[in-house]
Design a binder for this molecule. Sequence first.
Ligand code: NAD
Length: 451
Amino acid sequence: MSVTLIDPSTGVPFREVQLASVEETDAVIARAVAAQRGWAALAPGARADALRSFARVVEDHVEELAQLEVQNSGHPISSARWEAAHVAQVLNFSAGAPERLSGQQIPVAGGMNVTFHEPYGVVGIIVPWNFPMTIASWGFAPALAAGNAVVLKPAELTPLTALRLGELALEAGLPEGLFAVIPGAGAVVGQRFVTHPDVRAVVFTGSTRVGTEVAAGCARMLKPVTLELGGKSANIVFDDADLAKAAASAPGAVFDNAGQDCCARSRILVQRSVYDRFLELLEPAVQAWRVGDPKDPSTEMGPLISATHRDRVSSYLDDARVAFRGSAPGGEGFWFAPTVVLADPGDRIAQEEVFGPVVAVLPFEDEADAVRLANDTAYGLAGSIFTENLGRAVRVSRGVRSGVLSVNSHSSVRYWTPFGGMKASGLGRELGPDAAEHFTETKNVFFADAP
Ligand code: NAD
């Protein structure tokens, strides 16, 4: 079996990639088991050095990785360069972990009690197509740092940068088999990570539907699982906010990566007293959003990932009240113009993750109403709060049930701060100071001092 990769900006097929079978997956997992033993036995400083070398090799290949992502995923080159550099940064950050994974000494009578952070063994990482490199690195870098081996399955549509990172790991001197990228179908390779007894932990990023199945399978195997799932995040604009700033930044917060971003602020909740004024300011900002050739460094948004996905995204406009749209090129690529719709809280467009450049704008009355509306979806991943009132910013950020919030900005991902969702957006956290520790289990050892 193979998959044909298509350039999303032109619709032209450009490469075939073989998909692995269950037997091939099992063979890679067996090699990972063997490699992990040696890796975990290395001095912490040696593991740190190996990860720093890996980071340096990735730094040397940022341009190549970025160009691959432009062709495979249609990401604008400026974004793709950022993503490739981010992988190197996550590796460098994780390289600090092996020497800092300290356990505890806990006072006891009759001896000494200490804890160790033991690696799981082999960790299986399942990656979606929207940010193929960055999301992969959030799993593999800290997992390796903690002494695990990693088997990683990229999404069927976007395997190229992950495959290249697997090669770069070998160039950097990581042991053969320690970090293996296995292109394959979700139901084959991804499921095998869930059912294989030697894959001792799973990291899944993708849809809430598949993530729920993966979690159920992991429960049957008593495997820990981290789930990074969908979102329907709110960008809340109060009447005391800097409206010009809020409106100018709103398109980037939802249309970045053509809205194919789990953290997309795909609902804008605007206080009714400034609702009309905000829309007046938003319209020119949306029209100025530059959609076009991903190879052009000034492009802000490229195409959607596939024709099928474009059909799915456009189906959301069938019964929507479109306020205004930006522009997009014509041609054979999977283009979709940024779109602003007016919505009521129960509308499908206000509840479901579109995963495309479509934003729903809803009015709210007061602070309590804003928090209620922000929490009025199944999801709880990200969100933004625009207000000049510090007390309100504190109250609302504590009231919104989301894992990653940002006040007067739209920041979601800093690799040194924790990332993850509440409710249907996920379980567990990635990145941040404890990222590597999340890939370990605590062992408690008591040493009796009696002769
Ligand atoms: P998806 O759930 O269809 O696929 C994700 C991955 O799971 C792919 O690699 C796929 O091959 C694999 N998979 C599919 N079926 C499987 C199975 N039965 N067992 C094991 N693995 C299986 O999602 P997608 O369409 O690739 O990605 C889009 C979704 O990902 C969106 O919902 C988005 O919000 C979410 N996402 C979440 C985050 C986050 O960090 N919270 C980040 C990016 C994307």
